[in-house]
Ligand binder design. Sequence first.
Ligand SMILES: NC(=O)c1ccc[n+]([C@@H]2O[C@H](COP(=O)([O-])OP(=O)(O)OC[C@H]3O[C@@H](n4cnc5c(N)ncnc54)[C@H](OP(=O)(O)O)[C@@H]3O)[C@@H](O)[C@H]2O)c1
Length: 259
Amino acid sequence: MKNTALITGASSGIGMELARVHASKGGDLVLVARNKAKLDELKSELEAQYKVSVYTIGKDLSAINSAQEVYNETTRQNIQIDYLINNAGFGDFGMFVETDWNKEHQMINLNITTLTQFTKLYLQDMVKRRNGKIMNVASTAAFQPGPTMAVYFATKAFVLSFSEAINNEVSDKGVTVTTLCPGATESGFMDAAAMKESSLFKGKKLPSSKEVAAYGYAAMMKGKTVAIHGLMNYIMANSVRFVPRAWVVLISRKLMEKS
Ligand SMILES: NC(=O)c1ccc[n+]([C@@H]2O[C@H](COP(=O)([O-])OP(=O)(O)OC[C@H]3O[C@@H](n4cnc5c(N)ncnc54)[C@H](OP(=O)(O)O)[C@@H]3O)[C@@H](O)[C@H]2O)c1
């Protein structure tokens, strides 16, 4: 039987590359994002290239209860989800006092609420079967506060904390929960977050989504708890424990500001 992976945010960037990795191993897929046309393009590519079966769902995952609706659809279609990859997410760049609440509200719904609801729904089935893997995509942003992207950093801190805790709870139940923490990566993220001018991205040679996806997928297969992509990112993420908190916030602001 082929393992089926459900991947959110598979119409672009890291999610699209994760779908390609899974299909290349012969696995079936359920792909979810708003842009159904892009998902269907990817479906045609993967079904032709790897002879796998791909089911696409066009859905705004920032809408309340959207995870339940996707779960109901996979149940109706009789599709068992063996791997759940909560990858869809976005950020927003700017001072909190000036940024748009509607965009932030959608971000919190997508990055936190939907991810949590998806995890609950599919984890219950996985635990019953005593088999399954979950990967939640956080970020190196999860390790410190992020002035100029305060809400985004806080959502990713939630993802890391939540996923580590859940992984502990199910460690004897045949299920693993991996948190992937990419650093700045080449994808649609920079445009969606309006942060082309941030020194985090500007003029930098960034790792590709393909490289990050391959790394994350391998970590999920090994059942690694936290997977930080890149040596420098690993060092930075861990160094915050040895530096006074006030300095961490100041350094974080410096790294984020417009170059
Ligand atoms: N790139 C980076 O530098 C970086 C660094 C650390 C962490 N990350 C994280 O990596 C994950 C993937 O991002 P990416 O870099 O691959 O960016 P991306 O290329 O912009 O991809 C984001 C994906 O999320 C989907 N998405 C966004 N809003 C959605 C919504 N309301 N409903 C359903 N799907 C939605 C998008 O699809 P539609 O537009 O079709 O809906 C797209 O497929 C995110 O969680 C991000 O926070 C990225």
